[in-house]
Ligand binder design. Structure first.
Ligand code: HEC
Ligand code: HEC
Ligand code: HEC
Ligand code: HEC
Length: 183
């Protein structure tokens, strides 16, 4: 009799504790997963991806239209949320400590390669597999088209007759960058 009530009590307690703890635990876990990879800003990629022996990837990007995408908005629209998701990097997504909205202006490396807080470490970067596990994105046509949509807001093509069309092969050639083979 005693043993039975002990069992019943234990079971009831387990259910009670489970109901109390489990849902909040799984929510916390989801939240953690979401914020695991954070945006760090282009300055963090510069050191390792600049210079001749690294293919001048940083310099090439810095001279590109993507790097100027925030400036293009003009003062009137630089605070306009309707524009920021395509003219900045990781708008509304979790940022790493020290990475401010100012540091994420323009279409930066991470807008195409994913938030870099976990993959930017040398030992991770040197392994393609590890980089993928740590948030690296290999950009494809679909990713470009998340911003290069068929009908852009009119502000993006003021003066033209229609929203510019996006030809992936051509657009890719314009942004193509490589790490030199002999590195
Ligand atoms: C500590 C140095 C270092 C930093 C910081 C760094 N990288 Fe790298 N990255 C490397 C190295 C090394 C490779 C391997 C290729 C090579 O030798 O250049 C690499 C490779 C890559 C690749 C190709 C990966 C693959 O496997 O396909 C991408 C894309 C990349 N980096 C983007 C970035 C971005 C974006 C940032 C900033 C968020 C960044 N890297 C920061 C060192 C670095
Ligand atoms: C986060 C949004 C975003 C993503 C992702 C993106 N772009 Fe862009 N892209 C822009 C914006 C904004 C501009 C205009 C920048 C400016 O001039 O102010 C632009 C301009 C360009 C231009 C120069 C203008 C033109 O059409 O001739 C090329 C080329 C281009 N993007 C290619 C690509 C390619 C290729 C990809 C995918 C690998 C890509 N973009 C992904 C937002 C994006
Ligand atoms: C869905 C993503 C998206 C949104 C939202 C967006 N843009 Fe754009 N914008 C682009 C892309 C992509 C281009 C490059 C188009 C091209 O030339 O191929 C561009 C180009 C531009 C350009 C031309 C830059 C130049 O110098 O040639 C301006 C200016 C601009 N956008 C302003 C705005 C403003 C202002 C807003 C908000 C009202 C806005 N954009 C919202 C994606 C977007
Ligand atoms: C507009 C999108 C876009 C931006 C911005 C961008 N990249 Fe890339 N990057 C690509 C694409 C597309 C590839 C080719 C992916 C593939 O292998 O199919 C690539 C490839 C790479 C590679 C591998 C090159 C190789 O030889 O295989 C490295 C390293 C890299 N990017 C680093 C960077 C860094 C660092 C920045 C910022 C300074 C940057 N990228 C900005 C789209 C972008």
């Amino acid at each position: 009799m005693r043993k039975l009530s002990f069992l019943v009590l234990t079971a009831a307690l387990a259910v009670f504790v489970g109901a109390l703890v489990l849902p909040s635990f799984s929510v916390a876990e989801e939240g953690e997963e979401e914020a695991k990879f954070k945006f760090v800003g282009e300055a963090k990629c510069k050191f390792c991806h600049q210079g001749e022996k690294n293919g001048k990837i940083y310099e090439q990007w810095q001279a590109s239209d993507h790097a100027k995408a925030f400036e293009s908005l003009g003062e009137a629209h630089q605070g306009d949320e309707a524009c920021l998701k395509c003219h900045t990097t990781g708008f509304g997504e979790p940022m790493a400590a020290g990475a401010t909205a100012k540091k994420l202006q323009g279409v930066q490396c991470e807008a195409c390669h994913g938030p870099g807080s976990e993959y930017k470490a040398m030992k991770v970067m040197k392994s393609h597999e590890l980089s993928l596990e740590n948030g690296l994105v290999v950009p494809d046509e679909e990713l470009c088209k998340s911003c290069h949509v068929a009908e852009l807001p009119q502000e993006c093509w003021a003066g033209a007759d229609a929203s510019p069309s996006f030809d992936y092969a051509e657009a890719y050639k314009a942004i193509e960058h490589h790490v030199p083979e002999e590195k």
